[in-house]
Design a protein around this ligand. Structure first.
Ligand code: NAD
Length: 487
């Protein structure tokens, strides 16, 4: 039976959509229909922004509530999401091919964890910090909520990336219009159900699914105060241009082409399981993966053999099977894109040591074999572009200076990893990578720490206490006649 929704969550309640067209979602693994939802239109966005605007501007509304009162509602939302945990994981996996074990660690648990984390942060912090004025008197510095937030999310970690925006924004007192990606709308409707169950006030959260046009309408909408986007660098640039013209604050979490630096003392058998997760996790559909593996010349052949065996040994299968390590890609189009990159790598003289095609065991679904290239140049297309599929390149370096130079020789700067039993050496090298995040002997995005990139990987940070700043505007209140008391 397919999952069918007829209404949209606009302004915090189920409403009839303005348009008639629908978004139909198919299973990445079986190509069978999974269900459908109404496709949002510009008119739905207008209604959602108007509701968010009214809720935000209400002098007794969400933004004016105490952090404790908002947190209580967000904790109810976390409980409502917990009830839907297993179904959320199932929907995400069937839509985008994410192995359920990955889904359970991210999509199933991160949303509620983020809500609880930011609820605790805003209730425990000191909301207004007084300062002594240089010219005497006192200044109170407040973090006012920035306003109506447009949250535009991709399909690869749809729930985690939604809540990386929604949780700090709501905790800070913002109201939010979420635009999910068309390929993963069914999980967004579970979130909509949870919003209704938790009793969020009217207008505080709307969810309007649609494609690029609907997203672009939301980004440029005069009623929006801030944009938070995760997705491709090309779309991020387009959004940044609009926000630049409008002088609208924007957070951009974009693509990556990170490097795994294997140092000459790396213990290969010990690191391979974590290296597999850090290079091929979520079927290669993650922005932070270290898809360029840099190996010291002396151990190059050994590394190629180990990485080849690691990739070839991944269990390909149904993403709903807990034994599966590598599922399908999100769409037929995404598979074509990945296959075109593999063809380009071959044309550039790359040698495929494993993979390179579609697994013979899977007749249906958008599967691509984990693929390892050698013999490529760091400037070649496979090493330059974000592929977003299970494709790795192993490159050779002579000394650590050259390894750092190669790692940094990319348009991107999101992540990276260093692999060595000598942690101090790993940390010293990590400092030299021009990236927003680095892992030493493993890579795990953690909600306690800021996540984001430099260069073409984006602007600003999500997660950690730092993310709250993105949803606040500092306001300085000068009290020149109040003597400084230190409190
Ligand atoms: P995309 O950047 O086109 O889409 C991401 C989100 O933005 C979706 O919700 C989409 O509907 C919306 N969108 C698209 N154009 C828009 C516009 N002009 N204004 C506002 N919103 C807009 O990414 P995609 O097409 O889903 O994937 C293409 C490639 O992007 C992938 O192959 C991958 O390389 C990369 N990608 C990166 C990430 C990441 O986390 N960094 C996530 C998904 C995709």
């Amino acid at each position: 039976m397919t999952i069918e929704y007829q209404e949209l969550l606009v302004g915090g309640r189920w409403t009839r959509p303005e348009g008639r067209s629908r978004i139909e979602v198919v299973s990445a693994a079986t190509e069978e229909p999974l269900g459908g939802v109404p496709e949002g239109t510009a008119a739905d966005i207008d209604r959602a922004v108007a509701a968010a605007r009214a809720a935000f501007d209400d002098p007794r509304g969400w933004a004016a509530w105490s952090p404790r009162r908002r947190a209580d509602v967000l904790l109810r939302l976390a409980d409502a999401l917990d009830k839907r945990n297993a179904e959320t994981v199932r929907r995400v996996s069937t839509q985008n091919g994410m192995p359920v074990t990955t889904g359970a660690r991210s999509e199933g648990s991160a949303p509620a964890a983020l809500l609880r984390y930011y609820s605790a942060l805003v209730t425990e912090e000191q909301a207004e910090v007084p300062r002594r004025g240089m010219a005497g008197g006192t200044i109170i510095v407040r973090g006012n909520p920035v306003g109506v937030v447009a949250a535009i999310v991709p399909w690869n970690f749809p729930q985690t990336l939604t809540f990386a925006k929604l949780a700090p924004a709501l905790a800070a007192g913002c109201t939010v219009v979420v635009k999910p990606a068309p390929h993963t709308v069914l999980d967004a409707f579970l979130l909509a159900e949870a919003v209704v169950e938790a009793g969020l006030p009217q207008g505080v959260v709307s969810i309007v699914p649609g494609g690029a046009e609907v997203g672009a309408h939301l980004v440029a909408h005069p009623g929006v105060d801030k944009v938070a986007f995760t997705g491709s660098t090309a779309t991020g640039r387009a959004i940044a241009e609009v926000c630049g013209r409008l002088l609208r604050p924007v957070t951009l979490e974009l693509g990556g082409k990170s490097a795994a630096i294997l140092l000459d003392d790396v213990d290969l058998p010990a690191v391979l399981p974590e290296l597999a997760a850090g290079t091929l996790g979520n079927n290669g559909q993650a922005c932070f993966l270290s898809t360029r593996i840099l190996a010291p010349r002396r151990r190059y052949d050994e590394v190629v053999d180990a990485v080849t065996a690691m990739a070839a040994g991944l269990r390909i299968g149904d993403p709903l099977d807990p034994a599966t390590q590598l599922g399908p890609l999100v769409t037929a189009r995404q598979r074509e894109r990945v296959e075109a990159f593999i063809a380009a790598g071959r044309a550039e003289g790359g040698r495929v040591t494993t993979g390179g095609g579609r697994p013979a065991t899977r007749e249906r679904g958008w599967y691509v074999e984990p693929t390892v290239f050698t013999g490529l140049d760091n400037h070649g297309i496979v090493c330059r572009e974000e592929i977003f599929g299970p494709v790795l390149a192993v490159l050779e370096y002579e000394n650590t200076e050259q390894a750092v130079a190669l790692a940094n020789d990319t348009e991107y700067g999101l992540a990276g990893t260093v692999w060595t039993p000598d942690e101090a050496r790993g940390l010293a090298l990590a400092r030299r990578l021009r990236t927003g995040t680095v892992g030493v002997n493993g890579y795990t995005v953690d909600i306690m720490a800021p996540f984001g990139g430099v260069k073409a990987s984006g602007l600003g940070r999500e997660l950690g206490p730092e993310a709250l700043a993105a949803y606040r505007e500092p306001q300085s209140v000068y009290l020149p006649h109040r003597d400084w008391t230190g409190r």
